[in-house]
Design a protein around this ligand. Structure first.
Ligand SMILES: Nc1ncnc2c1ncn2[C@@H]1O[C@H](COP(=O)(O)OP(=O)(O)O)[C@@H](O)[C@H]1O
Ligand SMILES: [Mg+2]
Length: 253
């Protein structure tokens, strides 16, 4: 079955003006991101990976060109319309988790869920089940964010990002601030939610994280320098690992 596109860009451009000098970070990009995929964006530091993610998710506006998200042209949206669109359709995970310090773990998750007007009982059930799934057990639900480890906080952040069943989860270096075992736990959660059908777009500069994706896009010189179809993640698959390594080496990584 052909894959269904969820995001499609048309001659997407993003530039920044600093000190009167225009800096073109995304240049005439035509691409598609597919439903159900775990898409990974890699590239050198400063290549524009975060900028691309922000433009695709409506966190930031394109300078020129279009972004179609599930058949909506989000480049036409006002800032208010974009905020509503993001809340309904996108989930975000960043390197730093921004949980509300004054709220318990459970309230952090529920508050995000209530923003879209979900039924309270259903929401509670979903929050509990998701937290259990990511290994944040009942005894942590009434704790406050400053009582969690970095990995626990990031897993709560992922639950918060998926509580509204967004069309796409955007993750910008979600394991960038974590140690190796916490990284694995967070990546396992992302792999699992993707298996359950959640589309994911993740930026990373780390090969171990990138291996989780089925499609790797290498962003370079303002556009896609190349891409690699890895197929679904299988733990410890040597051939898959070598394919990714060779691809990255071809890209000059
Ligand atoms: N808000 C901004 N204002 C000015 N320049 C920016 C802004 N955001 C990003 N840039 C510039 O765009 C380029 C790409 O940044 P970024 O997307 O963060 O790269 P990456 O995520 O690949 O490391 C960098 O040169 C950065 O300095
Ligand atoms: Mg970045």
């Amino acid at each position: 079955m052909p894959k269904k596109s969820i995001i499609r860009t048309e001659k997407l451009c993003k530039s920044f003006s600093t000190g009167g000098v225009q800096h073109h970070v995304i240049k005439n990009l035509d691409t598609e991101i597919y439903e159900g995929d775990f898409t990974v964006i890699m590239g050198a530091s400063g290549a524009g990976k975060s900028t691309l993610m922000y433009a695709l998710s409506g966190m930031d506006k394109a300078s020129l060109g279009k972004v179609h998200f599930a058949d909506r042209d989000i480049t036409k949206y006002t800032s208010d319309q974009l905020a509503i669109f993001r809340r309904k359709h996108c989930g975000f995970v960043f390197q730093q988790v921004y949980l509300m310090d004054s709220m318990s773990v459970m309230d952090n998750v529920l508050t995000a869920g209530l923003l879209t007007g979900q039924n309270k009982r259903e929401l509670n059930k979903r929050a509990q089940s998701l937290l259990e799934q990511v290994g944040v057990g009942r005894k942590l639900w009434n704790k406050f964010p400053n009582q969690l480890s970095g990995g626990e906080a990031q897993r709560v952040g992922i639950v918060r990002a998926i509580i509204n069943s967004p069309d796409m989860v955007f993750a910008d270096e979600p394991t960038g601030a974590l140690n190796s075992s916490s990284s694995d736990a967070v990546l396992n959660v992302l792999t699992e939610v993707n298996k359950q059908g959640q589309s994911i777009l993740m930026v990373t500069h780390d090969m171990k994280s990138a291996r989780r994706g089925n499609r790797i896009i290498y962003f370079k010189d303002g556009t896609i320098g190349g891409e690699c179809d890895l197929g679904p993640y299988v733990s410890g698959d040597r051939a898959r690992h070598d394919k990714l390594r060779n691809f990255l080496s071809d890209m000059g990584w």
